[in-house]
Design a protein around this ligand. Structure first.
Ligand code: ZN
Length: 234
């Protein structure tokens, strides 16, 4: 039986999933994390994961007491399937079908299914993911309808009652920064700025006001724009 007050957070080491992790830690009694190494060009985000986990524990002892195990699954299969701008050194551009070349088909479908399997095994009720269809890159596997359909599929396929929580679904990037401030104060915002990674190109050379990154890939542009709006509204 799944424990009601437990959550498994899909945690990449980026801004959104770190905010989701703080959201889960402020709500649930027991929180675990899961991440995926799928040969992403920005594999640097994976090394941010352990740093962020460590810093969150240090920031809030009450969160440290709730934060349990972390699983990092190896998913080289996406590279084997073929080229995308997230897994291979090809240009980040718009495809003919209107989707960006950074779209990895099936990625979130597979991630959420594996998170469901892990939640099932660990007796965890809720799966928390940072997908968002407000300020987003247009990936269809981040949509609310996709997540609702996946929740139904997982529950039918595993005869269980898991819940997929998507706290960022209807938030702009600026509102996501605001949520971080509400959950963990200025110290959490600073932790996210300094230690999370978003840039598709995996660049961490230069520290901007909004954190590290190349400054012109779609992920950096969204993060920078959101942070500027957040500062303006504060
Ligand atoms: Zn970038």
């Amino acid at each position: 039986m799944a424990q009601e007050n437990s959550a498994l957070v899909v945690f990449s080491g980026g801004q959104d999933s770190t905010t989701c992790l703080a959201w889960a830690l402020s709500r649930f009694e027991r929180v675990e994390t899961i991440g995926f190494d799928y040969g992403q060009r920005h594999a640097v985000e994976l090394s941010c994961r352990s740093v962020v986990l460590e810093r969150l524990r240090a920031l809030r002892p009450d969160w440290a007491g709730k934060l349990g195990g972390d699983a990092l699954l190896s998913m080289d299969v996406f590279r084997q399937l073929g080229e995308t701008a997230l897994t291979h050194d090809v240009a980040i551009s718009m495809n003919e079908n209107g989707l960006p070349s950074t779209f990895v088909p099936g990625r979130n479908l597979v991630f959420l299914t594996l998170a469901g399997a892990q939640a099932y095994r660990r007796g965890i009720k809720r799966i928390v993911t940072g997908v968002c269809e407000t300020d987003f890159s247009g990936y269809p596997d981040c949509r609310d309808d996709t997540m609702k359909a996946l929740q139904v599929a997982l529950n039918l396929g595993m005869q269980t009652r898991l819940v997929i929580d998507t706290p960022l679904m209807w938030r702009t990037k600026a509102q996501t920064w605001k949520l971080a401030l509400k959950l963990g104060g200025a110290a959490l915002v600073e932790l996210i700025l300094e230690h999370t990674h978003t840039c598709y190109r995996g660049e961490r050379g230069e520290r901007h006001t909004w954190g590290y990154g190349c400054g012109d890939c779609p992920a950096c542009l969204l993060r920078a724009k959101g942070y500027a709006e957040y500062l303006r509204d504060e």
